[in-house]
Design a protein around this ligand. Structure first.
Ligand code: COA
Ligand code: ADP
Length: 562
């Protein structure tokens, strides 16, 4: 849809579908398989609009379904390219349903799919850049780089967490659980022949079609456990490992991996083989889906326990428990609105990747805001403010003659901040999680209402640019660490979002912006600055400039850091 200024995203694709009985299950609700086909089609058309050539689905990120849709209602899908990388693009898809009688719309789900341009088959396609125009597009563009990072490490992260998982093999007796069902009875094996209507004109099977077939076998497996019609709540990342063509036989296998009190995890695996037979099967996709069963009053039913098969079954049973924990952490950290997440989220290996994502994306959202107001400027150091949802944020900005990467390396080492920021009394590195994630204990000179110094446990996540035009980012947010609880000596402070964005500019000029979102205790300090009554921000930033100037040629910083 076009904005007030008449702008319309050139990659936007809208699709509206009336839900007919042929799309519905026995309860008269739209089958998720059909919805996945529409999602994939709308997203593919959007990707192809940008690429100008055929595209295939590489992956679809986790999807949470918030609503079911009934026959007679209208499904509205809106897809647009958020960002083009090299040969791949991220497409964002929003799905709503509309009640034609009341005219009301409800959100069903949101999905992010990655498509890879196929070109003419002579080599990797280099896509043209997508240039975001509106604030929303700029935010999505910026966060898409962070989502891509998470996507590409997803398999390794999950593997690593499953190996480290301490979840026991014991099966907890569930309150009111009705017996124990051997997993074997839920096993489904089904074959599909990929025909021309299932494929694009280059004969590649549509990702949406494969997802729909996967959902079909998963639903059958889930039904075999509960002897009822289950409702699909979440799908974990679909990753299409390899292509499938018209003529392929697709072997779909599903089984209930584990059943919890009200939900169960079903795993599905897809392999492809040709006419010659099953000798050389290709692994196309594996996915995990969570189902619940509702009774007549729309309350979730208690599910029977699963008795896994020895060997792989036992392993999948344990891994399903670990994935449940990861899923809940992810939902908690990512899916909730920023204002609903408690300021200090506990740090834990299973939520590490999502907390870092949350940390960087919160800062990127703040950076992309268009309603920053210049409050004051002293000696080319500019102070901007932003007031939104009762949260006051500020940004201090200056332009320096320093290499952006060197500034990034110097500023991302918080243990050196006391060298330029007089407010930082102490900073200790508690945990070097990996090369780009650090946890620090920081003490600042500000005193609390109890007249104690304030301390923080900060997660600092740093990112180098994903492409030309991107800034270097250093994001900080509070976390809690069981090993470092609040002590008598300090008042524990919390910060939701703070950090630096460093833009490499032309002629060796670098624009450095510092952002901070204020929690109420800090407001008096900053409002004094904003009112122009103090030049504290200016003094601190000039001191920062001198620190960067002094260390601008220190090559040991780069060697130590990267
Ligand atoms: N999620 C998202 N993007 C991914 C990805 C994943 N899990 N794995 C790879 N990619 C992206 C890469 O980042 C790269 O993007 P870029 O060029 O913008 O940097 C692009 O895919 C190509 O990656 P590359 O390393 O060159 O190739 P690959 O060997 O990893 O192959 C696919 C990636 C997607 C092309 C390949 O797995 C494939 O053909 N899959 C089947 C696609 C298909 O046919 N889908 C329809 C249903 S079967
Ligand atoms: P993993 O075994 O590590 O979970 P796979 O890709 O082999 O990974 O399988 C994904 C899921 O598909 C499994 O968790 C399981 O639920 C289901 N699955 C795999 N093989 C079979 C099978 N032979 N029969 C039924 N379901 C299967």
């Amino acid at each position: 849809m076009s904005t007030a200024s008449g702008y319309r995203n050139p990659t936007e694709v809208n699709m509206s579908q009336m839900v007919l009985p042929c799309h519905a299950n026995h309860r008269g609700e739209l089958g998720v398989g059909q919805l996945l086909k529409w999602i994939d089609t709308a997203a593919c058309l959007s990707a192809e609009r940008h690429a100008g050539c055929p595209c295939v689905t590489a992956s679809v990120d986790d999807i949470y379904f918030e609503q079911t849709i009934s026959v007679g209602q209208v499904v509205n899908l809106k897809a647009k390219v958020n960002r083009a990388f090299n040969s791949s693009m991220e497409v964002g898809i929003k799905v709503c349903y509309e009640d034609l009688y009341s005219g009301k719309q409800w959100k069903v789900c949101q999905a992010y799919a990655t498509f890879v341009a196929q070109g003419d088959g002579t080599g990797k396609v280099k896509l043209k850049m997508f240039t975001p125009q509106t604030e929303e597009e700029k935010t999505e563009y910026s966060i898409a780089a962070e989502r891509r990072r998470m996507r590409l490490i997803h398999t390794d992260i999950i593997k690593d967490l499953l190996v480290k998982s301490t979840i026991q093999d014991e099966r907890d007796p569930k309150d009111g659980a009705i017996g124990e069902v051997p997993a074997e009875v839920t096993r489904v094996e089904s074959v599909e022949l990929a025909l021309p209507p299932h494929a694009n004109h280059q004969e590649n099977t549509f990702g949406g079609q494969i997802m729909a077939w996967m959902e079909n076998v998963a639903t059958i497996a889930a039904s075999r456990l509960c002897h009822a019609h289950p409702t699909l709540k979440t799908i974990e990342m679909f990753h299409f490992r390899g292509p499938s063509q018209v003529g392929d036989r697709l072997l779909l296998k599903a089984i209930v991996n584990n059943a919890f009190k009200n939900s169960m995890e079903v795993g599905v695996c897809v392999e492809a083989y040709g006419q010659q037979g099953e000798v050389s099967r290709r692994h196309v996709n594996s996915a995990f889906m969570t189902f619940v069963v509702y009774d007549d009053k729309n309350q979730p039913c208690t599910l029977p326990c699963i008795k896994p098969e020895p060997g792989d079954g036992e392993r999948r049973y344990r891994e399903a428990s670990a994935r449940k924990k990861i899923r809940l952490d992810r939902k908690y950290v990512i899916s909730l609105k920023q204002s609903e997440v408690p300021l200090s989220v506990p740090w834990d290996p299973s939520n590490q990747v999502y907390l870092s994502y949350n940390n960087v994306s919160s800062l990127k959202i703040l950076v992309a805001k268009s309603n920053w107001i210049l409050a004051t400027e002293i000696d080319k150091v500019r102070l901007y403010t932003l007031e939104e949802d009762h949260i006051l944020s500020f940004r201090v900005e200056m332009t320096l003659d320093i290499d952006a990467r060197q500034a990034f390396l110097l500023l991302s080492d918080l243990t050196r901040r006391h060298e330029w920021d007089p407010h930082y009394i102490k900073c200790e590195l508690l945990q070097q999680v990996d090369q780009d994630e650090m946890i620090y204990h920081v003490v600042i000179s500000t005193r609390s209402a109890e007249n104690k110094l304030i301390d923080f446990i900060l997660l600092a996540s740093r990112r180098t640019p994903c492409a030309v035009g991107d800034p270097y980012v250093i994001a900080c947010r509070s976390v809690t660490l069981p090993t470092h609880p609040e002590t008598e000596k300090y008042t524990r402070g919390e910060t939701l979002c703070a950090g630096f964005c460093i833009w490499p500019d032309i002629n060796e000029q670098t624009r450095i912006s510092y952002y901070n979102q204020f929690t109420p205790g800090f407001v008096p300090v900053i409002t004094t600055n904003i009112a122009g009554l103090s030049s504290d921000f200016h003094t601190t930033f000039h001191s920062c400039e001198m620190f960067l100037e002094k260390n601008k040629d220190d090559i040991s910083v780069g060697i130590k850091n990267l």
